[in-house]
Design a protein around this ligand. Structure first.
Ligand code: PEP
Ligand code: MG
Length: 564
């Protein structure tokens, strides 16, 4: 048995065989020529053979797939044999003596650009061409096909790291756990794993070297990955299975022991999440990450498509509050129609609300679509902007919302400047929502995706708690008799002990993955409001993250009773 210690990011224990995520296909060197031993005809034939093999592989996957995947796989398999692609690649081989790999790479680029130029449905296919091109290059090199491995039986996916778009396509019936050698606890991969209820560990150095097929034990709470698991570990998995069902049950309203209501809302990324969150009893949506509806898209979704997505989510929460966030693209959530992937430091670049500077119009069109979806829906729609840093940005966003008929504009507090002057910002907006994932990353200057910085990137850091406190105070200062609501929608809200601290600091709502509702409600119910306030004051006065956590946990014996 070998133990690899990572950082647990999504609780759950599972045993299963590992399959490694193949590395992304690297671009062939621009000068890569065909082998001097090969003729142009032979190289062209090599290309065709590879393309046919890719087509056959995709076709056979389509034959066994279900749901939307069938159409996608069939369309992609057609593309592998697309005459336009193969002809363009053949030309590069014959006129420039390029290797088949380089030729199909350039041809794919050319075809994708042409499709993008056509716009609409055709432009959407550009990403498929680039996928097919990568598959053909992998086939030519004798390497495994890129993307999530295909298997008929459940497995634990191991990888160096995953793009959020890969994580979003995981099927939890087949992928039963996730372990990455890099990645941080608040990365979007970790957030999506939690939303899917997949046990996951990040920063588990060495998991990317475990051989395919090896059995491992994965504990998504402790972050342990243990090879060749024994009966003791088997029993731990069994206990988890029995316990987890009771921990996830939630019945609204969530209150402290003395009846103080702290609405527990859900973080959702698409209509399916919203339906699951509604079924889990969430009291509303505290964060609708609209960019998750459109990950992997090359072009801006049109009005109708946006209205349909948002409306489906609003309808799942008729009569409840739904806080919708405008597109938060950038850093690890690039959207090609909004973000420039060449920025030297994307987390500090043109992301979130800032993309309105570089892609004017997208935000306004999104607000128009949100207003259209809200019109006639029974949800109480609030709108907020991500990555707000200044009062001018707040005022500009609020004005744009109101001009589009959206009456409750708010801001995410994710940048320390916004927390420090929250009172001034909230004179211009109706509410704030603390994005503790980014607030922690920017306060500690620690990239949330870097596993090595997990210790710094911890929302228990005293500096982060002080900024939460300042934001709540800002809400009181700006609201006077009626404090402006300040909620939390970062991952901190899903940590039951930290949720109690947040409630004690005075946040009005907590928004989290629907799977955390039951545990957070149970722990909240174990204290009165004044006990939560005492716990928060004591925790916030500590000098280190470990001490704040310990101060809170030691006052919450229910955590140990529940094994949390
Ligand atoms: C956050 O930063 O805490 C947040 C909720 O936004 P996201 O995780 O999508 O960046
Ligand atoms: Mg954020």
């Amino acid at each position: 048995m070998e133990t690899i210690n990572g950082v647990g990011v999504s609780p759950g224990r599972v045993i299963g065989p590992v399959l490694q995520m193949p590395p992304p296909v690297q671009e062939p060197a621009p000068s890569e020529k065909l082998d001097p031993e090969q003729t142009v005809d032979q190289e062209t034939q090599r290309l065709k053979t590879a393309a046919t093999a890719v087509q056959a592989e995709l076709k056979s996957r389509a034959a066994t797939a279900t749901g939307d995947a069938v159409g996608v796989l069939e369309a992609t398999s057609q593309m592998a044999a697309d005459p336009m692609l193969l002809k363009a690649a053949g030309n590069f081989i014959s006129t420039q003596q390029h290797s088949a790999e380089r030729a199909v790479w350039d041809a794919g680029e050319q075809v994708a650009e042409t499709l993008k130029g056509l716009g609409g449905y055709m432009a959407e296919r550009a990403a498929d061409v680039l996928d097919v091109r990568a598959r053909i290059v992998a086939e030519l090199r004798g390497m495994p096909a890129p993307g999530i491995p295909v298997s008929d039986t459940p497995f634990i996916l191991a990888a160096q790291d995953l793009a959020p778009a890969d994580t979003a396509t995981l099927d939890p019936a087949v992928v039963v756990g996730l372990a990455t050698s890099s990645g941080g606890p608040q990365s979007h991969t970790a957030i999506l794993a939690r939303a899917l209820g997949l046990p996951a560990a990040v920063a588990a150095r060495g998991v990317d070297r475990i051989a395919d097929g090896s059995e491992v034990y994965l504990d998504g709470a402790t972050g342990e990955v243990i090879t060749s698991p024994d009966d003791v570990l088997e029993a731990k998995v069994q206990t988890w299975r029995e316990q987890s069902a009771s921990l996830t049950a939630f019945e609204a309203p969530a209150t402290t022991a003395d009846g103080h209501h702290v609405p527990l809302l859900a973080n959702v990324g698409n209509p399916e999440d919203a339906a699951a969150a509604a079924a889990a009893g969430a009291e509303g949506v505290g964060l609708l990450r609209t960019e998750f509806c459109f990950l992997g898209r090359d072009t801006e979704p049109d009005h109708q498509e946006q209205v349909e997505q948002y409306r489906a989510i609003f309808d799942a929460f008729a009569g409840c509050k739904v806080v919708i966030r405008t597109l938060d693209a950038g850093a690890d959530k690039p959207l090609p129609f909004l973000t420039n992937t060449d920025e030297p430091n994307p987390a500090l670049g043109v992301r979130g609300f800032r993309t309105d500077m570089t892609s004017p119009g997208v935000l306004e069109r999104q607000l128009t679509a949100i207003a259209a979806a809200a019109e006639g829906s029974e949800a109480e729609v609030w709108v907020m902007a991500p990555m707000i840093s200044t009062r001018d940005e707040t005022a500009a966003f609020a004005a744009l919302c109101r001009a589009n008929g959206l009456k409750t504009p708010g801001i995410m507090v994710e940048v320390p400047s916004a927390a420090v002057v929250a009172g001034q910002l909230l004179e211009k907006a109706d509410f704030a929502s603390l994005g503790t994932n980014d607030l922690t990353q920017y306060t500690m200057a620690a990239d949330r995706q870097v596993g090595e910085l997990a210790g710094l990137n911890d929302p228990w850091q005293p500096a982060v708690l002080r900024l939460v406190d300042m934001t709540v105070d800002g809400g009181k200062a700006a609201g006077g008799q009626h404090p402006k609501p300040v909620g939390v929608c970062g991952e901190a809200a899903a940590d039951p002990a930290l949720a109690v601290v947040m409630a004690g600091l005075g946040v009005s709502t907590l928004s989290m993955t629907a799977r955390a509702l039951g545990t957070v409600a149970t722990v909240l119910k174990s204290v009165t409001l004044s006990e939560a306030q005492d716990i928060a004051a004591e925790a916030a006065a500590q000098p280190t993250a470990a001490a704040t956590k310990e101060a809170a946990r030691s006052r919450l014996p229910v955590l140990d009773e529940l094994g949390l």
